[in-house]
Design a protein around this ligand. Structure first.
Ligand code: CU
Length: 838
């Protein structure tokens, strides 16, 4: 911190001092636990991700030792299964996704010229959920209940019959908990990139890493809910005896596989696309020219996002899928190579047309090209159905997976770490140690995984803890293990090198690589407010277009340079052409994110300990915290408009149309819609597998109950509409009354729905009852939530915090009610009409 302590000498100093005071985090432990700004949270994600990377890597070394020679007994079969599971889970959920979120949280605001993210407390909350979720997963070692069913957790292996201990529960709850971070960061990224870009940064000027994060975030919005739903269903089955996956009672184990791979395949691209974004940034800087084919790359990113959702079945070619479906999914799997190919060509063309500069990050780029392209080709091989039948569940697939993931993620990641290191530390990496580390990683990696293609083709199955000498591949395994240790030494060397350069590297000038994007305009050490005034952008590489931009952004005399009112402010701009549109007032350091995540952690710990009454009790403090959180959002009671710079008066977000809160609602509803769609999909999938729906012995609700429920539900939409009209007329008392009427009607709906559902009987008797109750319960939770929102708005209306001029919370609540009623009508049709037709 370099905040001047003496009284400010000039008006400029006074403004800088005010910015510092407004944006800094308090010192010491209190500051560490309450920090919310994006640089801090981003670095935390990166450091924690790397720590999990080391732990996951250590587990893999035990696995390699066990496989080094036939008949080894480094691990017994049980430990082997546990280590394989934890290695895969750690790398996928606790390293690959979070580390790129860390990059995004740290870099994207700087790249798009924003001071911070629009929901700083949400990113902090995400981080704590990620950390606690990871610790939760690893705490299973203390209870000797380590997850052991593979990172894909196939049922029936994971149901209560075959995994009676807590192993599977630790996985399901821990992973779902840490996934909150991914979803939170996705919402945060989308809203930031949509409405917080610097003036002048229209859609054709967004840096490619930010584009990649935008597409990735949308993929998370649609791709993570199926897995979250699957985990919830399996946990409900394990905890309360529901039977979604039990074929004896109308369930289907394949439902798990569909839901899992609906997530699992997009997941691969959720990992690749940010890495590809890093490559684009590094390529352009080190080729010292603008990216060739910018538009094509953006189209390729978007195309990959769409295509990847059509591919999940290729993980299931061997489970018995109709022939036509096999052909379609096979073709789609090969087609996804096209957008990836476009990006590779654009990178090569840029390097070709420029004057490439060979530094450490470039070295990792070449490593990436060398590894990723053949990895992608073996991907096309396993996309072919006959070949997949041969290679399925062998070490060929293990080799392919690691080739594309290490090639596609780790090499770009290291390139990025070295590339952005000077931005974080003000120091450059040292060339000599870095190059040695690179060669260790590169050679170690190739020698570890190449032999696995051969052992796989020779018939070595994956997930088996040993093999017989007659199969003749023990020498290949020994080579693979030895090389694995070289790779491990290389990775540790890279991390040690990075840590050493943070402290002892040669001092760097600002922007030592002479890059063109905005993050390099940030001063060093990175100020808590990022930019003293929000920069205006001309062109795709603003620092190349305007060499004076960095200095202008460091002077507090431009947009939002005056923070003497003491409130943290971001600039909001229009969606397409980024014109200044609103001033977004965000909150500062607070305990709320940590406390909310802690409350959630304790609640989940009680759940796993089967203390269900404690879980119910703990919902109350959690809700109280969230209420407090919502109540203090933004700048309650602040002005409706402020002067962003002399002559430019902008509305604050409560009064603005494109308020971040509005877009956050839209994105959250997309997440929720995807969750709901996955549940409805599960309902129909289970219906397809049984003869009678509902089965004999289970009744359908009588008309009076069903119709009462529907009428009450639609009445909620009516009163919500009345409330909206009343607010427009500035009749705040009437609006509050209408909201409270909505709450009463909502409660009536839940009672009527429960009466209607009584005909279904106990949920554990048949998959029909299980899924019907879950669907009704899922929707009821939404109604309860919307009732809370309505109460909240009524209270805000009475306090005068929501007015006709500042209607944001009311708009959000109206939209939420419309969504909940719409979802309820669909659920009602599925629950009360469909069984009469089926
Ligand atoms: Cu796939």
């Amino acid at each position: 911190m370099t905040a001047p302590t003496n009284p400010a000498a000039t008006p400029e100093d006074a403004r800088l001092q005010a910015l510092h005071e407004t944006w800094s985090t308090p010192p010491g432990w209190r500051g560490r636990l309450t920090a919310v700004n994006h640089s801090t949270i981003g670095l935390r994600f990166i450091v924690t991700g790397l720590a999990f990377f080391l732990i996951g890597g250590m587990l893999s070394m035990f696995i390699r030792l066990q496989l080094a020679w036939f008949g080894n007994e480094v691990l017994d079969p049980q430990r082997y299964a546990e280590f394989v599971t934890m290695h895969g889970t750690t790398m996928m959920f606790l390293f690959a996704v979070p580390i790129m979120e860390g990059f995004a949280l740290y870099l994207v605001p700087k790249m798009i010229g924003a001071r911070d993210l629009p929901f700083p407390r949400l990113s902090a909350f995400g981080f704590w959920c990620y950390l606690f979720g990871g610790l939760f997963l690893y705490s299973s070692f203390l209870f000797d209940a380590v997850p052991d069913s593979g990172w894909f957790m196939y049922v029936p292996l994971t149901d209560a019959t075959w995994s009676p201990g807590l192993n599977a529960d630790f996985w399901l709850i821990g992973v779902t908990f840490s996934e909150i971070a991914a979803v939170a960061a996705a919402v945060e990224m989308i809203v930031a990139i949509l409405v917080c870009r610097a003036p002048g940064m229209d859609l054709r000027r967004i840096p490619l890493f930010a584009w990649a994060m935008l597409v990735t975030s949308f993929m998370i919005v649609f791709g993570f809910p199926p897995l979250i739903l699957a985990s919830i269903l399996l946990e409900i089955q394990r905890a309360f005896g529901f039977v979604f996956f039990d074929p004896a009672l109308g369930g289907d184990p394949l439902l798990w596989q569909h839901l899992f791979w609906l997530f699992g395949h997009p997941e691969v691209y959720i990992i690749f696309l940010p890495a590809a974004g890093v490559v684009s940034m590094v390529v352009s800087t080190f080729a010292r020219r603008p990216m060739v084919g910018y538009t094509w790359i953006v189209l390729a990113l978007v195309g990959t996002g769409f295509l990847s959702f059509g591919l999940w079945v290729h993980h299931m070619f061997t489970v018995g899928i109709p022939l036509l479906a096999l052909a379609l999914f096979s073709a789609a799997s090969m087609a996804v190579a096209i957008p990836m190919g476009i990006q590779v060509f654009a990178w090569i063309a840029t390097l070709w047309a420029g004057r490439p500069w060979l530094r450490v990050p470039t070295l990792y780029l070449f490593g990436f090209f060398f590894v990723f392209v053949p990895g992608g080709l073996t991907g096309v091989m396993v996309a072919m159905v006959p070949f997949d039948w041969q290679a399925h569940d062998s070490h060929f697939v293990v080799a392919h997976l690691h080739h594309v993931l290490i090639g596609g993620l780790m090499f770009p990641l290291f390139a990025g770490l070295y590339y952005w290191l000077p931005l974080v530390s003000g120091r450059e990496p040292s060339e000599s140690l870095s190059r040695t580390a690179f060669w260790l990683v590169f050679l170690g990696f190739n020698l570890t995984f190449l032999p696995m293609y051969f052992t796989g083709l020779l018939g070595m199955p994956r997930r088996a803890y040993t093999y017989l000498p007659e199969l003749g591949f023990h020498w290949l395994n020994l080579v693979s293990t030895a090389a694995g240790f070289v790779l491990a030494v290389g990775m540790v060397a890279v991390l040690a090198d990075l840590v050493l350069s943070l402290r002892h590297g040669p001092r760097a000038r600002r922007n030592p690589w002479r890059a063109g994007t905005l993050e390099w305009a940030v001063q060093h050490p990175v100020p808590p407010y990022t930019f003293a005034s929000v920069p205006r952008v001309q062109g795709r590489d603003p620092l190349w277009a305007d060499p004076l931009l960095a200095d202008a952004a460091a002077r507090p005399d431009g947009l939002l340079g005056d923070a003497r009112h003491g409130v943290r402010e971001l600039l909001g701009s229009s969606l397409l052409d980024a014109r200044p549109e609103q001033v977004i007032r965000v909150s500062g350091p607070t305990w709320l994110p940590l406390l909310a995540a802690l409350a959630l952690a304790v609640l989940l710990a009680c759940f796993i300990a089967k203390l269900y009454w404690a879980v119910l009790l703990l919902v109350l403090p959690l809700l109280a915290l969230l209420w407090r959180w919502a109540w203090t959002t933004g700048d309650p009671g602040g002005p409706d408009a402020v002067e962003a710079e002399p002559g430019l008066v902008l509305p604050t977000q409560g009064a603005a149309r494109n308020a971040p809160g509005w877009w956050a609602l839209v994105m959250s509803l997309l997440v929720d819609g995807s969750l709901f769609a996955s549940l409805v999909f599960s309902y129909f999938y289970l219906w397809l597998g049984t003869e009678a729906w509902p089965p004999a012995g289970i009744g359908v609700a009588g008309w009076p109950a069903a119709i009462a429920a529907l009428v009450l539900l639609i009445a909620c939409a009516g009163t919500a509409w009345v409330a909206t009209r009343a607010l427009q007329a500035d009749a705040r008392g009437r609006a509050a009354g209408a909201w409270m009427a909505t709450v009463v009607l909502g409660a009536g709906f839940i009672a009527a729905q429960a009466w209607a559902m009584a005909a279904t009987g106990a949920p554990a008797v048949h998959a029909y009852a299980s899924v019907a109750w879950t669907l009704a319960g899922f929707h009821a939770v939404h109604v309860l939530l919307a009732m809370l929102f309505a109460t909240f708005v009524a209270a805000r209306l009475r306090r005068g915090l929501v007015t006709a001029a500042r209607p944001l919370e009311a708009r959000v609540t109206t939209a939420l009610w419309r969504y909940v009623v719409g979802q309820g009508v669909v659920a009602w049709g599925v629950l009360h009409l469909f069984p009469r037709l089926a």
